[in-house]
Write a protein that binds this ligand. Structure first.
Ligand SMILES: Nc1ncnc2c1ncn2[C@@H]1O[C@H](COP(=O)(O)OP(=O)(O)OP(=O)(O)O)[C@@H](O)[C@H]1O
Length: 376
């Protein structure tokens, strides 16, 4: 396997991705100086034209931008005059459209991916690796088919498997679901969630779909007109009031809970998290399983007492940490950020309610959650 440039001191670079790029095209400039986790899924999120693909291609080394710096988990891929060309970077790249060879079966396509990475590995080990990866992506029964006999979602899963079989140390995914219809997206997302749980390598995932980001990302980079508007853990970044996403209609937080008990009589699953617990309508899952759920700001109301005689099932005690008005004076709403035992939450309430309840940072309140969306 190709050995990328050794770092001067890998301990200083740590298990992170350091990426610094300044890119200028006529009419567009991108400036990014990022430190990203060396494991898990980082979403590059932003509107069309914000620079997501430009950044991903620069990280892949498909374009050489002078003055840039890139190190991935202790290996320097670009620094000053050093530039590891794209074909020598140990990375997998998955595009919007699966680019499988049309004349080769899925198996041959996957073997092609393996060739470079497993030069010194025996045939049996290669086959085991291929079959394990095919299983992970649910394409084992499709290995003998040609790509044009696959659905769009199956083709994309085969493309992901091929990328993984190159044994990359970084996986880049550029809107891998964008070309699929709703049904196919729904079909492929559980496989991406499995990857999220099982991959040891970092994944950079370009998307402009808030739903995909909520389900898959651990870390969020928000790009705006070529600038990094925010970069941080998903949980904290979604709860920021100072970002353009905050007042969007679907603003809300994502919480990772642990299945604690199942109420078979009412078909309700109780999920615990540091701030308390919530009930969601769901089938039984093993106790201890981690599940993500989303709480939108518009589905949260606040009161000063527990109001136990309401139909709302999910009620938590929290403290107000910030209150923000929308940019426009004409908005009837404010956004309240809360802390429930270390878990941030957002509530969208009217300005009138804010004044009536006297909401200000430090005030304890009861949070009532009208709807919890399970993201699995
Ligand atoms: N090679 C290039 N030469 C000149 N301009 C470019 C080049 N590549 C990208 N651009 C411009 O840079 C800007 C950012 O493009 P980019 O594809 O990175 O955005 P994006 O956020 O990925 O958008 P989308 O979500 O639509 O894919 C656009 O204005 C685009 O026209």
């Amino acid at each position: 396997m190709t050995v990328p440039f050794a770092p001067a001191d890998s301990r200083l670079l740590g298990e992170v991705i350091r990426a610094r790029f300044a890119i200028a095209y006529p009419g567009f400039a991108l400036a990014a100086d990022l430190t990203l986790p060396g494991r898990g899924v980082t979403a590059l999120f932003g509107r069309s034209g914000s620079g997501k693909t430009t950044l991903l291609r620069a990280i892949a080394g498909l374009e050489r931008h002078p003055g840039a710096y890139l190190a991935v988990n202790g290996e320097v891929w670009q620094d000053g005059d050093r530039f590891l060309p794209a074909h020598r970077r140990p990375l997998g790249y998955v595009f919007q459209e699966a680019s499988l060879f049309p004349h080769l079966t899925v198996r041959r396509n996957l073997e092609f991916g393996q060739k470079r990475a497993l030069a010194g590995v025996g045939a049996a080990a290669r086959r085991a690796d291929l079959e394990q990866t095919a299983d992970l992506l649910g394409i084992a029964p499709l290995l003998d088919r040609l790509p044009d006999r696959l659905s769009g979602g199956e083709r994309q899963r085969a493309a992901i498997a091929r990328a993984l079989l190159t044994r990359p140390r970084l996986l880049l995914m550029d809107e891998p679901l964008a070309a699929l219809d709703f049904q196919r997206k729904a079909e492929i997302l559980p496989y991406l969630e499995r990857l999220h749980d099982e991959l040891e390598i970092p994944v950079l995932y370009v998307s402009h779909s808030p739903d995909e980001v909520a389900r898959l990302a651990d870390h969020l980079v928000l790009l705006q007109d070529g600038q990094v508007a925010a970069s941080g853990p998903l949980r904290d970044t979604l709860a920021r009031l100072d970002l353009p996403t905050a007042f969007a209609d679907d603003a809300g937080v994502v919480i990772e809970g642990t299945a604690a008990e199942f109420d078979a009589a009412y078909h309700l699953l109780r999920l615990t998290f540091p701030g308390g617990s919530v009930h969601v309508a769901h089938r039984e899952v093993p106790v201890g399983r981690r599940l993500r759920f989303q709480v939108r700001a518009r589905d949260v109301s606040l009161s000063l007492s527990a109001e136990r005689d309401s139909s709302i099932l999910n009620r938590l005690l929290a403290t107000v940490t910030a209150v923000a008005d929308a940019d426009t004076d004409t908005s009837a709403h404010v956004l309240v950020r809360l802390d429930a035992g270390g878990t941030p939450l957002l509530a969208r309430i009217t300005r009138r309610s804010r004044d009536q309840l006297g909401l200000a940072p430090g005030k304890p309140v009861w949070v009532q959650i009208k709807a919890v969306a399970l993201l699995a």
